[in-house]
Design a binder for this molecule. Structure first.
Ligand SMILES: Nc1ccn([C@@H]2O[C@H](COP(=O)(O)OP(=O)(O)OP(=O)(O)O)[C@@H](O)[C@H]2O)c(=O)n1
Ligand SMILES: C[C@](O)(CO)[C@H](O)COP(=O)(O)O
Length: 236
């Protein structure tokens, strides 16, 4: 039976957050951003194997944040893509070519269990991989070098790429390796798949799957989690 691997890159420094510690360790809804993210993933995929990418000099991590029975710590790289590649390499002896791998940012604690399940279902019959995404809702402007509007871009076919993003193990390994060999700069896994001619499926997700990036995102995430909890309570 095919195994599910979760790779959670959590080795960033949170430069844009400019906090006293990396953003994944900031307090959120009674625990930390990382603990909240892992709790969501565990609620959806309790039997998955977690690969948690942490900075080699991380002094904030506490294993009590990890709810998974089967997990391992991976030394992260200088860039997000390098952290993910390190995880793929670390599991090479155990992962089967057709095992499913989902990569989810530690900085996205509001991902819903329902979206996680829908993405996994979509991946089951997707040879090119898939990702959660949301269609662009605003009018899009391209900026000129002077900070003025150069032009308005058509937004009809534009989507925001979220995470998780996933594919089968062999495809993801090959895509990341090929992108690295060609010097393609990657901010997500889908870019690597695209660079090798694949067309990952866009799976429409919730707009509140926020990536905590800037200081005001933390309060927003707190509000999103509270609203989601209230919604869950009202439905149960
Ligand atoms: N070398 C890196 C850089 C980023 N990440 C992780 O990738 C996710 C998305 O990256 P981003 O939001 O850019 O996080 P940071 O790199 O920490 O933020 P910044 O770019 O502001 O420094 C985060 O969970 C982050 O911890 C990682 O594992 N390894
Ligand atoms: C993977 C990602 O979260 C998709 O939106 C994003 O590309 C990572 O963000 P970064 O800030 O560019 O590292």
């Amino acid at each position: 039976m095919s195994r599910l691997w979760l790779i959670v890159p959590a080795a960033g420094v949170g430069r844009r957050m400019a906090a006293e510690c990396p953003k994944q360790y900031l307090p959120l809804a009674g625990s930390t951003v990382l603990a909240q993210t892992l709790a969501r993933l565990h609620a959806a995929f309790p039997a998955a194997t977690l690969c948690l990418c942490l900075a080699r000099d991380d002094i904030y991590f506490d294993a009590a944040m990890v709810p998974f029975a089967d997990w391992r710590r991976i030394g992260g790289g200088a860039e997000r893509a390098e952290s993910v590649a390190a995880a793929l390499t670390a599991i090479a002896a155990e992962a089967a070519a057709d095992d499913t791998v989902l990569v989810h940012d530690a900085a996205r604690p509001c991902v819903s269990v329902d979206d996680l399940a829908r993405l996994q279902a979509a991946l089951a019959d997707e040879p090119d991989g898939a990702l959660l995404a949301v269609p662009v809702a605003d009018t899009m402007k391209r900026a000129a070098a002077d900070g003025r509007v150069a032009r308005t871009e058509p937004r009809e076919a534009l989507w925001h790429a979220l995470t998780p993003q996933g594919a089968c193990y062999r495809l993801l390994c090959d895509a990341l390796a090929a992108a690295r060999a060609c010097g393609v700069a990657l901010t997500d896994e889908a870019s690597a798949l695209e660079a090798m001619g694949r067309a990952p499926r866009l799976v429409a997700g919730r707009r509140d799957n926020l990536k905590i990036t800037h200081p005001d995102d933390l309060a927003l995430a707190e509000q999103i989690l509270a609203a989601q909890a209230a919604q869950h309570k009202a439905l149960s």
